[in-house]
Design a binder for this molecule. Structure first.
Ligand SMILES: [Zn+2]
Length: 306
């Protein structure tokens, strides 16, 4: 868990971090988070008003109450929320949002797309997730589960994700998916074999991109398929939401940026003809702070409504 005091211009003033320890339970995490937030608040300049707390979390959560709804990585937190007790211990309002949705919100306030009313943020990392801003509002869905773009089918009959859906975006374009596709095609010679020290189990998505740069044909094939899979996924999102900005972030983006023209062309190819002159694809420049800034913007935005 990371906490920061953020001003209305997106400047991070004080920050700190502690381990989440989800297995110790939500109450334990909430008490430690409250202390972390108090120390961030203590860095506020004299006279500054702290309007509230925004919390960005892995979901799914019900946004109004912050209640977790079967979160896959927070075992035992289902049906629970830290919102009321956190607000009580800190004495200021608390708002909670889904991390990828808040990353999208951060882009519309502190990123390269200030004021965008329609923006999609897709994180391509250990998994594939997404956040959607449509007509200026965060799209949360009926149960807080909206934005799970990682489970759009992009390649039926290919790989499944951990959830088990066949041929989904996450199963065929996340970092582990790229590594797995290369492992399954492994050959004992060439740059990829050298980078992996001869053991296919060592392959990472970073190695696949690096080996492709060095002319490794297996790695190049995996990069080609990955670019097409991402183009199918993002092209479908263009058609569905017609965003002003389509922003990608996450660990895999570093490798993808070396193939930016082809990635753009792949999204155009899989989008409707109305986008034949280009799609508004960019890579985030907010880095690791994108979720902190999104959480801050959630608090600024909601505090204005009070
Ligand atoms: Zn899936």
């Amino acid at each position: 868990m990371r906490a920061a005091l953020v001003d209305s211009q997106g400047r991070i003033i004080g920050r700190g971090a502690i381990d989440t320890l989800p297995e110790s339970g939500i109450d334990n995490a909430r008490m430690r988070l409250a202390r972390l937030l108090e120390s961030a608040r203590a860095t506020a300049p004299d006279g500054a008003e702290v309007v509230g707390v925004g919390v960005s979390t892995a979901g799914p959560i019900r946004p109004a109450t912050g209640t977790y709804n079967h979160p896959p990585n927070l075992t035992g937190w289902h049906g629970k929320t830290m919102k009321p007790s956190l607000a009580e211990s800190l004495g200021i309002p608390v708002w909670i949002g889904h991390d990828a949705t808040l990353a999208a919100l951060a882009e519309t306030r502190f990123g390269d797309h200030i004021g965008a009313e329609n923006l999609i943020y897709v994180t391509i990392s250990t998994g594939v997730g997404g956040g959607i801003i449509a007509n200026g509002e965060m799209v949360t869905g009926a149960t807080g589960g909206a934005g799970e773009v990682g489970h759009i089918t992009v390649r039926p009959g290919a790989y499944s994700c951990n959830v088990g859906c066949d041929g989904c975006f996450e199963g065929n374009a996340s970092g582990p998916a790229i590594a797995r596709a290369a492992r399954d095609r492994f050959q004992n010679d060439g740059p990829l074999a050298v980078l992996a020290g001869g053991d296919p189990m060592n392959i990472t998505s970073q190695m696949v991109f690096d080996a492709a740069d060095e002319g490794d044909t297996v790695a190049q094939e995996v990069v080609d398929i990955t670019i097409e899979n991402i183009g199918i996924g993002l092209g479908g999102l263009m058609n569905t939401f017609d965003p002003e900005a389509l922003v990608i972030g996450g660990g895999v983006v570093q490798g993808l940026q070396r193939h930016w023209e082809r990635l753009n062309a792949s999204v155009v190819e899989h989008a409707l003809p109305r986008y034949e002159n280009g799609v508004p694809l960019t890579a985030t420049r907010l880095g690791d702070d994108v979720s902190l800034l999104g959480a801050a913007q959630l608090a600024f935005r909601e505090a204005r409504k009070l």
